[in-house]
Design a protein around this ligand. Structure first.
Ligand code: HEC
Length: 676
């Protein structure tokens, strides 16, 4: 079902640069309505459960041994009762995990090519200090540690990737992409968005390559509207890319010669690995609170439902996929759950309890949310009948407002009431942001526009973006209420001045650039973005100084970096989640602009990516393991870069909701005093 492009030229599955995203554009309608245990009624009463103070939580420490030297082994402590997993790293073999909920645990250690047996222990309040875990050689010596079984060889199956069923073969860049004019085209035109592995992982026939090239240059757009974010990106003079007829010829010849259907799935070996630092890792602790219940054994995969959630072939009955999260003013974390039915989920990290609220349209896909300064939880619907039905646009996505006090959906809003979008289907809504006055902005991602909801006059207004075929992905507000929008089609930052409703566009020195979820604004009002690696060109972190209009770029020091966005913590460090590569883990990374130092943290799950990060007042970094998480392993995740600073498990956003690094007007809530 996945790799249709190999042979079925009217459907399109896409994985960009390393992880799964699927836009199923076939006419398939697969109705499935599995009702999850959803606890609407009890939520209010259960929410009052008393939090456990950190002082009454437990500490487990000990040593990891092995027959040969190792560094920063990963120690996983899985609380079976609560479905929470902790991970710490060894330093000189010693480890320590803190703030553990009491319960039954399974403890395992893994390092590259090594693993211990799993020990069962019972943790009560207090301390266990001499747990020893002896590691042995793992069956696969190249295996990178992970909390879930996804050996390199089965990575793509485990992740619900494409139908790459044979082991992936690794090679040098030159082995996989021999020099030639076609490679130059790939480097200039394709790798910035797709990464260097996507194509080699799915070799295909000349016809299928030709179809893909035609799709990217918009050859079908004289017969129908654009249906995918990439479609028409390389459309001759309408595009910022220079994709000449000669380029196309060279590319097709090259792909046919080197990446034909007789080739195995291959990937470029990471020749410059991620520089992990044991002393930094030793301070860190990660926690994953798995969402919902395990999928029942033997649960059926839900194939590309027209009704569900981004037409997803990885969804399994009962499986949850948290896409992005936000922190409220009360210490809770809220996520959108692209499940069946689509939901909003609240986690109280103090107790581990979760609460589920079904969306007004339970079949709407969902990717994004923002918590307004008044506490309203704004959710953008991603799909209703866009992907899959082919039925046009009877039900375009809407902006939803959830009231966490009454647990009611107070707002269900048409995001294009005046029909400015024009094309059908209107495509998904993404990246809601709020300004200091409580206005909500959102992206019409497929159609190159943003919408503004003004709760004062109750009006929704749509503004088109000046770049042709603009694909606005991530967005952020700055301290002066400008909206910054990352344009996927080549790498521009659009600034929308909300006081005069005018656009200005900014381009970084690296062009073309792939920004994805894009921008964040620091306390000094600089705008930051992450730029994906483009084959041999490294990934970057880039800063736009608004006062001078100048950009500065820093290379991310390992091969194939794919920073999904940039975000800012309380000390103006820049953080980014990285989609990993087939032989390199998904990461959370920090860049300190003052020392220009990068620090990298592998996540528990080698594969599962994360598109965004949220920061608390006390330095915790929240993320959601997303695509690639096996059934039962989508989660609310949190990294404590310094576990000795954990004073509460509650998560308070910087400067009140929605968690900006700068102060805006009078924050709706003083985060610190909001209920410790
Ligand atoms: C600006 C980003 C961007 C650039 C540049 C780009 N693509 Fe794409 N491409 C996409 C997106 C996004 C999709 C997924 C389908 C969609 O949403 O339109 C896609 C889909 C594809 C697919 C189908 C996915 C699969 O693996 O089956 C192929 C093949 C492809 N592109 C090839 C190329 C080639 C070859 C180039 C360079 C000549 C290129 N693309 C340049 C964004 C891009």
């Amino acid at each position: 079902m996945r790799n249709f492009m190999k042979d079925v030229p009217n459907s399109l599955g896409y994985r960009l640069g390393g992880r799964v995203m699927t836009a199923v554009l076939s006419g398939l309608l697969f109705l499935s309505c599995v009702v999850l245990p959803v606890d609407l009624g009890h939520a209010a009463s259960r929410a009052a459960a008393a939090p456990t103070p950190v002082t009454s939580l437990a500490t487990v420490s000990g040593a990891v041994t092995a027959g040969k030297p190792f560094k920063w082994a990963q120690v996983y402590l899985k609380n079976i009762d609560k479905r929470i997993q902790y991970m710490v790293f060894t330093s000189g073999g010693a480890f320590r995990a803190v703030s553990l909920f009491p319960g039954h645990y399974e403890v395992t250690a893994r390092a590259v090519g090594m693993e211990s047996a799993t020990q069962r222990i019972v943790v009560k309040n207090g301390k266990i200090d001499n747990l020893t875990l002896a590691m042995k050689e793992a069956a696969d010596p190249s295996l990178f540690p992970s909390s879930v079984p996804n050996a390199t060889n089965t990575l793509f199956n485990a992740a619900g990737w494409n139908n790459v069923s044979a082991p992936v073969k690794f090679g040098s860049y030159d082995e996989i992409y021999p020099p030639g004019p076609g490679r130059v085209v790939l480097e200039n035109m394709c790798f910035s968005c797709h990464g260097e592995n996507t194509f080699a992982l799915s070799p295909r026939s000349e016809d299928a390559w030709k179809y893909a090239i035609d799709y990217m240059r918009g050859a079908f757009l004289d017969q129908r509207e654009r249906v995918g974010f990439g479609e028409g990106t390389l459309a001759g003079s309408a595009s910022n890319f220079r994709f000449t007829i000669q380029d196309r010829k060279d590319l097709l010849e090259y792909l046919t010669k080197y990446l034909g259907p007789d080739q195995p799935s291959r990937a470029v070996r990471t020749d410059v690995p991620v520089p992990f630092d044991e002393s930094e890792l030793a301070k860190a602790q990660l926690i994953e609170y798995y969402v919902g219940k395990e999928a029942a054994p033997g649960a059926k995969p839900v194939q590309s439902t027209a009704t569900g959630s981004e037409g997803d072939a990885t969804a399994t009955e009962g499986q949850q996929t948290l896409i992005t999260m936000q922190l409220d003013g009360e210490g809770n974390v809220w996520a959108v759950n692209r499940a069946i039915p689509s939901q909003l989920v609240k986690l109280d990290p103090r107790t581990g309890e979760q609460f589920f609220y079904v969306l007004p349209d339970p079949t709407a896909g969902v990717h994004d949310l923002v918590i307004g300064r008044d506490g309203t939880i704004w959710v953008t619907e991603f799909t209703r009948d866009f992907f899959g039905s082919g039925a046009g646009d009877a039900n375009p996505p809407r902006l939803l407002g959830f009231n966490p006090k009454t647990l009611k959906w107070d707002h269900i809003l048409d995001a294009d009431p005046d029909g400015v979008i024009g094309a059908l289907p209107k495509g998904p809504l993404m990246s809601p942001t709020v300004d200091s006055k409580g206005n909500v902005y959102l992206n019409w991602m497929l159609r190159g526009a943003i919408a503004k909801w003004n709760p004062g006059d109750q009006k929704m207004k749509v503004f088109r973006i000046p770049t042709p075929g603009a694909t606005p992905y991530g967005a952020a507000i700055d301290a002066k209420d400008n909206v910054w929008v990352a344009l996927w089609n080549g790498g521009k930052l659009g600034k929308f001045d909300t006081s005069v409703e005018q656009w200005t566009e900014f381009t970084p020195p690296t062009q073309p650039a792939n920004f994805r979820r894009g921008p964040a604004v620091d306390a000094k009002n600089n705008v930051w973005v992450g730029i994906w690696a483009g084959g041999p060109r490294s990934g970057k972190i880039a800063k736009l100084d608004q006062t001078t209009g100048h950009w500065t770029e820093w290379n991310i020091p390992h091969r194939g970096a794919q920073p999904y966005e940039a975000s800012v913590d309380a000390e103006d460090n820049i953080w980014f989640p990285e989609t990993g590569n087939p032989d390199s883990p998904s990461l959370i990374a920090r860049f300190n602009p003052r020392t220009e130092k990068f620090t990298f943290y592998p996540r528990l799950q080698f594969v599962a990516d994360s598109s965004r990060l949220e920061h608390t007042t006390d330095g915790a970094v929240w993320y959601a393991p997303r695509y690639g998480a096996p059934a039962g392993h989508s989660a609310f995740g949190v990294l404590y870069p310094d576990k000795d600073k954990i004073s509460s498990l509650a998560a308070y956003p910087l400067n009140g909701t929605p968690g900006y690094a700068f102060t805006v007007g009078t924050p709706a809530k003083d985060a610190k005093s909001a209920g410790h």
